[in-house]
Design a protein around this ligand. Structure first.
Ligand SMILES: [Mg+2]
Length: 229
């Protein structure tokens, strides 16, 4: 499956659909999944007068039951102020995260359309894209808040995104660090690219790369980057 050294030409591609976290910046540079769920448990503990051990056990239970949205599981079973938690996430220090010149240049030079499709809330998406100097290159952001709390990989939101931006899936390439989120994209007809530190094969993943700069280094584009040539 590895096509790492078989250059990606992006022929026929009009729109690039990027996940945000761990996709447009290096894996783990903001919050690891582990740290995110720890923070979620700490917040749940505070809101419900529980011990940290009790809160961690609840989060683990929701995850083991296969919840798609752990915040909603907390909210349905106890008290959990999702907006206040979003503000807490927005208060995390990101000063160590540096804009990547190669990623900036690629997004700047791309003559097609660029969309961000994230499970994060609006203010997080805006804050990180600004911080990484990428915001001006993004035409549309589809996020957790504006979708009314619905998350990838829910199939319907992929179709709604295509309608919203007036695009057909076969003109799109989607980029993700969560392989499961690529499955609906592939079903719809998008090309799928998986950024993950180690190579893993999935039927719905067309190409794997460890990160975005490696993908850029292995591109062989014809058209769509006139400013770059
Ligand atoms: Mg991600």
């Amino acid at each position: 499956m590895t096509i790492l050294y078989n250059p990606h030409t992006l022929t026929g591609t009009e729109t690039l659909v990027f996940d945000l976290d761990d996709t447009l910046y290096p894996h783990g540079h903001f919050l690891s999944d582990e740290r995110f769920f720890e923070m979620l448990s700490e917040f749940g503990a505070k809101q419900n007068g529980l011990t940290l051990t009790e809160a961690h056990a609840l989060t683990a239970k929701f995850l083991s039951e296969g919840t798609k949205d752990c915040m909603k599981s907390w909210q349905e079973n106890h008290t959990f102020d999702i907006e206040a938690f979003a503000k807490h996430i927005d208060s995390q220090d990101i000063s160590h995260m540096q804009p990547n010149e190669q990623v900036k240049k690629f997004l700047n030079d791309w003559q097609g359309r660029i969309v961000v499709f994230t499970n994060a809330h609006t203010t997080h998406a805006e804050r990180l894209l600004e911080h990484l100097h990428l915001r001006e290159h993004v035409e549309h952001i589809c996020d957790y808040t504006t979708r009314g709390g619905r998350m990838k990989p829910e199939f319907g939101i992929y179709e709604e995104l295509m309608t919203r931006i007036n695009e057909v899936p076969t003109n799109c390439v989607m980029f993700e660090d969560k392989h499961k989120n690529l499955e609906p994209a592939k079903t719809l007809g998008m090309q799928t690219i998986y950024f993950w530190p180690e190579e893993e094969e999935y039927s719905y993943v067309d190409r794997w790369y460890p990160d975005m700069p490696t993908w850029i280094n292995n591109l062989k584009i014809t058209g769509k980057t006139e400013k770059a040539s």
